[in-house]
Write a protein that binds this ligand. Structure first.
Ligand code: FAD
Ligand code: SF4
Length: 469
């Protein structure tokens, strides 16, 4: 048993300094060096109960990969992770580890002791793998495609994982993606400074090398229906279309110029490269920006607005710091960059000038009452506490809903009352040859849970095809 070292902070991750990074879109956290990774990995106690593994939605064999890392067998470590997680460079960067694997780490459960930085170590070995590709392994990764064709609708983490697993099993897989780029939220939502797009592209290239075909600019349900695809010979379907329809606050003034959804704002910047003057798809740059919400989407929108040149960026959140749903690291980075947090505040009205441009927001103070159905204390308004903040841009990041483009056009597909797809324990929908997973089933969740669903669905699609065709 290694000597136990109780330290209050995980081995720090090197970063671009806040003053520099708030002016560029390059990745904020630059990653552990080998020395730092070994130092952190040696803290792992190799516990027999493997509690951290149970905290990971796809059960990455964490103590085992860390042991290989300590032995400097980086190829072994990455292969060990890939037994369960095919996108480790992405998950190491964006998983909310503090509520998953790291929450259950024995070291983290001891007072004044930090958990092992599992995500950072996962990123270290995944980045090592990208820098040291193994051509032999990559070429034997997939089998020859069979004649059984499977259509994957949506190229986000759920769809990509499902497609990769099915290609591995030898199926002929085509991804149909509505946008001109595959990756879902990984490319249009999460900004470059948190997840460089070349990492996502590498994973997509791996899928293509495995024979997965990708058809972009194909909005299924509009351009083609599932019936059209059946006629083209597809024998089974996976629907992984996410939950990308933005929700707007129901307050006066949302129609004003300068008010937009985080979804539109981030898509324009990430996918349409609005930050680059070379591109002809601009987005309005605010000077005093208010972002409403407290999740990862709000953090991403606020930090993006800052990088586009805003002088003051405020996150207005109706609960307190304790309830903030964003990844803790993103919150800390946002604070370091000078984003203002206005906790226990809620917008009540957006106010515009005579030309119809937003020029201020009225907010009201909130206090926390009894817990609601989510278990969090319900925010209640403090009567008469309204005041005005001057702004010239307002970004709504209060959540998203199921987009009905496909679901409303697919006969026989049973949805729940919020428009999400109903599935059984095998992720099979009410249509026998159609499976579904990710945000379109659960509502907005996480990258790793979408990937987990893609993996389970692939296994069940294969079972279905073996017994029904
Ligand atoms: P998506 O990623 O939404 O992918 C769905 C894909 O389907 C999209 O490419 C879409 O264009 C396509 N599509 C939609 N309709 C059609 C159609 N009719 N035909 C064809 N294609 C279609 N999670 C984390 O774990 N960590 C984070 O740090 C994090 N940050 C986030 C930041 C932002 C800004 C956002 C928006 C989300 C974030 N999330 C984060 C949540 C996470 O990204 C999602 O839970 C996850 O991407 C869901 O995966 P998915 O495959 O179900 O859907
Ligand atoms: Fe933790 Fe995510 Fe890696 Fe699982 S995949 S071990 S939850 S970082």
């Amino acid at each position: 048993m290694p000597k136990v070292e109780f330290i209050k902070e995980k081995t720090p991750m090197p970063h671009q300094p806040a003053e520099e990074r708030k002016k560029n879109f390059s990745e904020v956290a630059t990653g552990y060096t080998e020395e730092l990774a070994l130092k952190e990995a040696k803290r792992c106690l190799q516990c027999k109960n493997r509690a951290c593994v149970k905290g990971c939605p796809v059960e990455v064999p964490i103590p085992e990969f860390i042991k290989l890392l300590v032995e400097k067998d980086y190829r072994g470590a990455v292969n060990k992770i890939k037994e369960k997680n095919v996108l480790p460079a992405i998950c190491g960067r964006v998983c909310p580890q503090e509520t998953q694997c790291e929450k259950f780490c024995t070291l983290g459960r001891i007072k004044d002791s930090a958990p092992v930085a599992i995500g950072r170590l996962e990123r270290f070995v995944a980045d090592w793998d990208i820098q040291n590709p193994n051509p032999v392994e990559e070429s034997v990764y997939c089998e020859d495609p069979s004649i059984k064709k499977v259509a994957v609708i949506g190229g986000g983490p759920a769809g990509l994982t499902c497609a990769g697993e099915l290609a591995n099993l030898g199926y002929d897989v085509t991804i149909f993606e509505a946008f001109h780029k595959t990756g879902g939220v990984l490319v249009y939502g999460i900004p470059e400074f948190r997840l460089p797009k070349k990492i996502v592209q590498k994973e997509i290239d791996n899928l293509k090398a495995c024979g997965v075909k990708i058809e972009t600019n194909k909005v299924i349900g509009q351009i083609l229906t599932l019936d059209d695809l059946r006629e083209q010979g597809f024998k089974a379907f996976f629907i992984g279309v996410g939950a990308g329809l933005p929700i707007f606050l129901n307050i006066p003034g949302t129609e004003l110029n300068g008010v937009l959804s985080a979804n539109e704002f981030l898509t324009r910047v990430n996918l349409m490269k609005a930050y680059d003057p070379e591109y002809d798809t601009p987005v309005e740059h605010g000077t005093n920006v208010a972002v409403f919400g407290g999740g990862n989407v709000a953090m991403d929108a606020a930090r993006t607005a800052l990088r586009l040149g805003a002088e003051r960026v405020m996150i207005i959140y109706r609960r307190s710091e304790k309830e903030l749903p964003a990844r803790h690291e993103e919150y800390e980075h946002a604070l370091e960059e000078g984003i203002e947090f206005h906790f226990l505040r809620n917008p009540t009205k957006l106010i515009g000038d005579e030309d119809g441009f937003v020029n201020s927001v009225e907010v009201i103070k909130m206090e926390l009452g009894e817990p609601d159905e989510s278990g969090r204390r319900r925010p209640v308004e403090v009567p008469g506490s309204e005041y005005i903040i001057e702004i010239d841009q307002a970004i709504m990041a209060i959540g998203a809903r199921a987009n009905p483009l496909l679901t409303s056009q697919t006969k026989g597909l049973v949805l729940n009352k919020w428009g999400y797809i109903e599935v059984n324990e095998n992720l099979q929908t009410s249509i026998a040859d159609t499976f579904s997973g990710g945000d379109i089933v659960t509502g907005a969740a996480t990258v790793i849970s979408a990937m987990g669903a893609g993996k389970i669905a692939a296994k069940n699609i294969a079972n279905y095809l073996e017994t029904n065709n």
